[in-house]
Design a protein around this ligand. Structure first.
Ligand SMILES: N[C@@H](CCC(=O)N[C@@H](CS)C(=O)NCC(=O)O)C(=O)O
Length: 217
């Protein structure tokens, strides 16, 4: 059955791989599942047809037959559950890997997004300079805890799993900030994720979209 995901027609990051279709592409690449991509404009994302797929008017969405999903945590979980390669067979190890998936999107990603918003959207506010260190410290607090838990292991719990895929994906947003350099084991963890052939294919695919010449631009 054909799998179709949606992605930005033109990502605001210009192809740095931060748009969340990259993590879905990565999961599909890890399990060797071919997929198609339907590109959507910002305007189309807010129109009725797209809102029927994602009520929040966002990308990515995932369609497989009569199944439509949104939320990358749920999409990656669905892919990992149905195809081998992203979740261990042992029930307890599987439950722990799923725990890391939730930790990535529910505990680590929120302060990182808050920092991105503080820098990008609030930089011109009078209170921005005062607030920024607080937001950065919330990120550091989580990174310190994560770094402590990872220690010198390659991955969060045994073999690479969907938990690592989502954790690396959310940490990628910090790559250009310099904050990750304060946690060498997390920087190395990120590099290990980026070095995976499946990630490289996913990254290249989204980059190709964002560097393609468009007659309308
Ligand atoms: N929690 C959602 C977040 C989805 C999301 O924020 N998508 C962004 C792109 S990475 C988007 O569509 N932004 C445009 C908008 O919200 O208008 C998920 O993980 O799928």
């Amino acid at each position: 059955m054909t799998i179709t995901i949606t992605a930005f027609e033109r990502s605001p990051d210009g192809g740095k791989g931060l748009a969340r279709d990259t993590r879905v592409r990565w999961a599909l690449e890890e399990v060797g599942q071919p997929y198609e991509v339907r590109l959507v404009s910002f305007q189309a994302m807010k129109e009725r047809a797209h809102l029927a797929l994602n009520p929040f008017g966002q990308i990515p969405t995932y369609q497989e037959g009569d199944l439509t999903l949104f939320e990358t945590g749920a999409i990656v979980f669905h892919i990992a559950e149905r195809r081998a390669g992203l979740l261990p067979d042992d029930p307890n190890a599987r439950a722990r890997a799923i725990t890391w998936m939730f930790a990535a999107v529910n505990t680590i990603e929120p302060p990182i997004l808050e920092l991105a918003n503080a820098r990008l959207l609030e930089g011109d506010k009078s209170w921005s300079k005062e607030r920024l260190p607080l937001v950065e410290d919330r990120v550091r607090n989580r990174l310190k805890q994560l770094s402590h838990r990872l220690g010198d292991a390659d991955w969060l719990d045994g073999a690479f799993s969907a938990g690592d895929l989502l954790m690396v994906s959310v940490l990628l947003r910090l790559k250009s900030s310099g904050i990750l350099d304060e946690y060498p084991n997390l920087s190395a963890y990120l590099a290990r994720g980026e070095a995976r052939p499946a990630y490289k294919r996913a990254f290249a695919a989204q980059l190709a979209v964002n560097t393609a010449k468009s007659p309308t631009r």
